[in-house]
Each structure stands twice: as structure tokens, then as C-alpha cells.
Write a protein that binds this ligand. Structure first.
Ligand code: ATP
Ligand code: MG
Length: 477
């Protein structure tokens, strides 16, 4: 890897800022260990990468962010109004738009999400907002930030809020402020190079905002590879497949057989990397499309011409963070009218309840829970029962595999790309290490077994092997 092997006296720190979960490890030279960073989480070494910002500006991260959102925001009638901003403006105010304010005065105390010309869509009674998968937003050039209750937050600042928790844990462990960290990054934040550059730059800025002065990046799967290879003193070619919430990453590395961690690291070489932004979140969306959309009327017909419901309604269901945008008087009245003339009135009624009572997030969690269950069970059910909503959808592992087939193809292509970059065939790889939550999916494991052979596969710590390896590298960075 061409690392400069000047040993550092201080505790070294490796940070895996994940789409779903973040973790941190520190190394004192002898051992690397992961730190507890979220005592409210079932696994305290994992900090769910979630941020809740309350109306009064309070910021809550991790498991508590999800719990607070469910407690305060869900099962509550969302009231959305169009407000007249009184001035003609071009473009958007807040939301995912360009955030050009021009000379428009801000309305105090209101959560202005989006405005076109002189009107803004405002959630008047929202107690707070929850941000999920911020890492995915880092690559979106047009998403510079968002408006939360009259305050503009840049994406870097939202991300920094999560990193601050990690920094505090590291400093506490070290008993002094730690300025340097090796951060993981996916092989590709995006398939577009310009977006990839933007994402890394933003993550670096977020790390600076959180107090890390010296930040270096390493591919996440390289971290996992080092974690495995550092103590095994024999020559081998290793492949790491790291599949998380946002990205599928592969790297192939070669390690020599010399003694000592420093020389083993110095002799290691990255032979090839590849990656695609297709992982757990995209899989959840696919299950939602196939199994949940029909429960909300995606196959319903309405009116005298028996038309299907507009697709945009369902696209918003896919993205629960934007569900409130459907909660306008026009849309709700339209849904009530469509329901009366529909061949599936119950489904359209359910869609209205989903929108009006803000059930998007808990429903997404049910889908994820069912997906995880299929890693150990052959069949499961997605169950979600609330007033006017009754979902009980059976999902078998075989059907799930079928649903994600096209994603498996993309993952396979990334494996081939990594092999090609390394100039190696599958038989020339000695060991295939897997990590990341999505690597537990049986269809993914089958794909790897078919290509490399069962005996070569080894699951490493699913959620912390990347951070541990990054901390080891940080020791010598
Ligand atoms: N048992 C399981 N079976 C299938 N999927 C799982 C399981 N456990 C977790 N997942 C999925 O794994 C993903 C989270 O994994 P992980 O924490 O490794 O991702 P991440 O590191 O946050 O994301 P990334 O590396 O892509 O930025 C989520 O999509 C989650 O639903
Ligand atoms: Mg990860």
C-alpha cells in the first residue's frame, strides 16, 4: 500500500461512517478494539447513522434518534399547508432544491421544505425531522443541505453531528483529544466520478467540523482485509466483499509472509477494487415495490375510465422521508374521490392513512425486519397493522431471491471487474472474506459460493471488521 511506517505514540483511530451503522476502533499498537458508541442500541459498538433535529434545535443521534421520531412524529396527523411567501422567487427554498433564497424573507418557526415561485409546502406541526442514509446524500451534488425549522443545515453539518458522537467516544477513551483518523470510504460513492469526488470532499469537511484535523481515507474493504491479514504470517491473495446499506464493495489484496505487523502492512498490495451503489437500502426498496405497493393500490383502478393511480404516489411511498409532501389538501381530496370510484377502495384508504398519519418510517422498518428474518428463515411475513392499514404479506426466501435477481447481477459484475483489475481468475484467490449486514443474505452467499467455492468463504465480524482494520492502518499512517 506504500504506507509510511512511522509508528505513532498516540491512540490511532479508524472510523467506518456507514450508510446504516457507524463504528469506530482504536489501536494502541498491540491491539485494536472497537468502542461502545451507542448505549441505547442493542449492539453498543454500532451507532445507527441517524439524526433527529427537533423543532427547538435539539439534535439526537443514533438509536435514540429513531426512538424519538417514532414517539413524537409517528401516528400523528401531519398538517401541511401551502404558505404564501409573498414574493416571486425562482427555484426552490429548502428541501432538495438549490436553496437559493434570493431576497425572500424566511418565515420564522416554520419548516419550509420546498417552494416553487411564491409558495412553500410547509409541515406546520412537525415536532422534528429524522435523517437516514446521509452517506447516500453526500454524493448528490444538488443536495447541498436542507431547511429545518427555518435553519439551513448543510449536508456536511448533518453528517458532522453523527461524527461528533464518535469523536467524543474516541477522546474519552484516549483521555485527550485525538486529532487524526483514518476514515473508510466506499470504492465508489457513486457511479459518476464527479459525484464521487464531491462525496469524499464533503465527508472530509464533516470530519473537520467534528474536530478531526488530519483525515485520511482508505477503501472500506481494505480495512476489513487488513483486519484479517495482519496477524496471519503467510503469503495469500485475499478478496473482501463488503456489502452494507448503501454500497457493494470488493477488493483483492496480496499479503506477504514476513513477520511483524508493520512489514506485513508495508508489503501488502491492492491488486484490484470495484464497487456498485447497490446494497441493503436498494434491496428494501425493491421488496417495498413488489410486496407493499399493491397493498396501497398500485394495481387499483379508479374513475369511469378505470385508470391506474399515478406512479408518483408510489415513488413517494418508497422514500418515506418525503411522504409528507403528499399530505396536501389537493392530494388527500383527490385520494378520497379516487377511493369512491375505485375497484380497491380499502387499498386507497390505506394509502391515505399511511400519508396522513406518517407511518412511512415504521413500515420501512418492518420491511427491513422481514428481509433480515429471511437470512435465517425460509419464509416470513411483513406485518403492519394500524387503523385502516392491514398488511400481512408472506415472503419466501425463493421469492425474495427472485426479487433481487437483477441486483445480484450487478454485484456479480463488480466481482468480475475486481478480478479483471487484479488480473486474476476466481481460482487464483485464496480466501474470500465477507462483511457488512447485506453479506448475510443467503442468495448473496450462494453467489459467492458458486463462484469461489464454499471452503474459501469466511464471514468476518459483520459490522466492525472495517473499523478495526482502519484503526490498525491508522497506527502506521
Ligand atoms: N441479518 C441480516 N440479513 C440481511 N440484511 C441485513 C442483516 N442485518 C443487517 N442487514 C442489512 O445490512 C445493512 C446494514 O449493514 P452495515 O451496517 O454493514 O451497512 P453500512 O456499513 O452502514 O453501509 P455501507 O457500508 O454501505 O455504507 C442494512 O441494509 C441492513 O438491513
Ligand atoms: Mg459498511
Amino acid at each position: 500500500m506504500g504506507l509510511d511506517l512511522q509508528k505513532m505514540a498516540k491512540l490511532s483511530c479508524g472510523i467506518d461512517f456507514g450508510t446504516t451503522n457507524s463504528s469506530v476502533a482504536v489501536s494502541d499498537g498491540a491491539t485494536a478494539r472497537v468502542l461502545d458508541i451507542d448505549l441505547e442500541n442493542d449492539s453498543p459498538t454500532l451507532l445507527p447513522s441517524l439524526l433527529y433535529i427537533a423543532r427547538d434545535g435539539e439534535r439526537i443521534v443514533g438509536r435514540a434518534a429513531a426512538n424519538t421520531f417514532i414517539e413524537r412524529n409517528v401516528d400523528r396527523e401531519v398538517i401541511v399547508r401551502h404558505i404564501d411567501l409573498g414574493v416571486h422567487i425562482e427555484g426552490y427554498v429548502g428541501g432538495e432544491g438549490d436553496n437559493t433564497y434570493g431576497s425572500v424573507p424566511r418565515k420564522e418557526g416554520l419548516d419550509v421544505h420546498e417552494a416553487v415561485t411564491a409558495r412553500a409546502l410547509v409541515e406546520v406541526n412537525s415536532p422534528g425531522r429524522l435523517f437516514q442514509s446521509l452517506k447516500t446524500s453526500l454524493r448528490l451534488k444538488e443536495f447541498r443541505g436542507t431547511e429545518v425549522f427555518g435553519t439551513h443545515y448543510q449536508i456536511e453539518e448533518l453528517t458532522a453531528e453523527i461524527l461528533r458522537r464518535i469523536k467524543a467516544a474516541v477522546d474519552e477513551e484516549a483521555g485527550e483529544p485525538i486529532d487524526s483518523a483514518v476514515f473508510g470510504r466506499p470504492v465508489h460513492f457513486s457511479t459518476r466520478e464527479d459525484e464521487d469526488i464531491v462525496a469524499e470532499r464533503r465527508l472530509k469537511t464533516a470530519a473537520h467540523l467534528a474536530g478531526f484535523k488530519n483525515v485520511t481515507f482508505l477503501y472500506e474493504p481494505v480495512g476489513a482485509c487488513v483486519e484479517y491479514a495482519i496477524s496471519r504470517e503467510y503469503t495469500q491473495r485475499l478478496m473482501v466483499v463488503d456489502i452494507g446499506g448503501g454500497t457493494f464493495d470488493v477488493c483483492i489484496m496480496e499479503f506477504g509472509g514476513s513477520h511483524g505487523r508493520a512489514s506485513r502492512l508495508a508489503e501488502s498490495r491492492i491488486l484490484g477494487v470495484a464497487g456498485v451503489p447497490v446494497a441493503g437500502d436498494a434491496i428494501d426498496r425493491e421488496i417495498t415495490r413488489e410486496k407493499i405497493f399493491p397493498c396501497f393500490g398500485s394495481q387499483a383502478r379508479y374513475g369511469p375510465a378505470m385508470l391506474p393511480l399515478p406512479q408518483f404516489l408510489f415513488n413517494t411511498v418508497l422514500d418515506w422521508q418525503n411522504l409528507y409532501k403528499l399530505n396536501t389538501e389537493e392530494t388527500i381530496n383527490w385520494l378520497i374521490a379516487a377511493q369512491v370510484s375505485s375497484d380497491q377502495p380499502k387499498a386507497i384508504r390505506a394509502l391515505r392513512a399511511l400519508i396522513q398519519r406518517n407511518y412511512g418510517y415504521p413500515l420501512a422498518r418492518e420491511v427491513e425486519t422481514a428481509k433480515k428474518a429471511l437470512s435465517t428463515e425460509l419464509e416470513t411475513a411483513i406485518e403492519f397493522c394500524e387503523p385502516d392499514i392491514e398488511i400481512n404479506e408472506r415472503l419466501e426466501r425463493s421469492e425474495f431471491k427472485h426479487i433481487i435477481e437483477h441486483m445480484l447481477e450487478k454485484m456479480m459484475k463488480a466481482l468480475e471487474d475486481a478480478e479483471k483489475a487484479a488480473g486474476l481468475g476466481p481460482e487464483e484467490i485464496d480466501r474470500v472474506l465477507t462483511t457488512g449486514g447485506t453479506s448475510l443474505i443467503p442468495a448473496v452467499r450462494e453467489m459467492l459460493t458458486d463462484r469461489y467455492g464454499r471452503e474459501k468463504l469466511e464471514q468476518r465480524d459483520t459490522f466492525t471488521s472495517v473499523a478495526t482494520g482502519l484503526a490498525i492502518v491508522a497506527q502506521y499512517a
